[in-house]
Design a protein. Structure first.
Length: 278
């Protein structure tokens, strides 16, 4: 018995892979996030599946047991989301865990997703990245998100709705006092109106304000802290050159004014460096 995790197009219906189409045509049953959205895709590719069930954020243990029961008369099932790879910021992991506990073979197909599609076209570092899901609405939670982004030495990716994108960029700009962040906004990926907006936080924000029509469709927001390594090296170089002339506390104050890094953070760092050099 097999259960297939099947990626679907994130915009352009032609992006359904040959393998995905073949698997869909072979299924005894299909689990979808939204019946109407999924039927549009299936119809466009002339795929007919008799048994279709809905599984979404409101689904319960009862729904999972019902899906398990399908295997009494079926051998192959599968799941698709409204767009992209199922289970990525979509409901479903509890279902997969339940299927695994019943020794049902899970087969994951490669395919479309907005995370890597936007990342490789963003112009931001691709060697290391983190996905943070949908941006939280609460201010305190957003600040934690921004802190995680600034600490991460790579590209951070998260989703935001068109109604809140301007607001979260405004808060991100306030958080980015030293203008260290490079930003890329991606929307309408793979569609006719696919758009990428690149720049620092202020530049991207200005572009959003200037063109109200951009504020439609879900956004993928990519953020990278630039020159982290060079700044760290500069701070250490300043410390090595000046350490013999000033006490650590005074040195921290001076280098803080030069670099913009908080003096208490510098003091802790310089204490560690001084211990290493003994």
């Amino acid at each position: 018995m097999n259960f297939y995790i099947i990626p679907t197009p994130i915009g352009n219906l032609d992006d359904l892979t040959l393998r995905a189409k073949k698997i869909l045509e072979s299924l005894d049953f299909l689990i979808v996030e939204n019946r109407k959205v999924s039927q549009k895709l299936l119809t466009s590719h002339n795929i007919h599946i008799k048994k279709i069930a809905v599984y979404n954020d409101n689904s319960t243990e009862k729904d999972r047991k019902k899906i398990i029961s399908f295997y009494k008369s079926s051998k192959n099932g599968g799941i698709i989301s409204d767009a992209g790879t199922p289970l990525i910021s979509d409901p479903g992991y509890k279902l997969i865990r339940k299927l695994i506990s019943k020794d049902i073979n899970i087969i994951s197909l490669p395919g479309a997703n907005s995370i890597t599609t936007s990342l490789v076209a963003s112009g931001l570092p691709t060697n290391k990245f983190q996905f943070l899901g949908f941006a939280p609405r609460q201010k305190e939670a957003q600040e934690k998100l921004f802190t995680a982004i600034k600490k991460f030495k790579g590209t951070s990716i998260f989703f935001e709705s068109p109604l809140r994108v301007a607001k979260i960029l405004s808060r991100l700009e306030m958080f980015d006092e030293k203008h260290q962040l490079d930003v890329c906004l991606a929307k309408e990926l793979t569609k006719v109106n696919e758009t990428f907006i690149r720049g620092d936080v202020q530049q991207v924000q200005n572009e959003i304000k200037k063109n109200c029509s951009i504020q439609k469709g879900e956004f993928v927001i990519l953020v990278s802290t630039h020159n982290c390594e060079s700044e760290e090296n500069n701070v250490e170089e300043l410390y090595l050159n000046l350490k013999g002339y000033l006490p650590l506390k005074d040195l921290s104050v001076v280098i803080s004014k030069i670099s913009g890094v908080k003096k208490n953070l510098l003091y802790k760092k310089f204490l560690q460096l001084s211990k290493k050099s003994r």
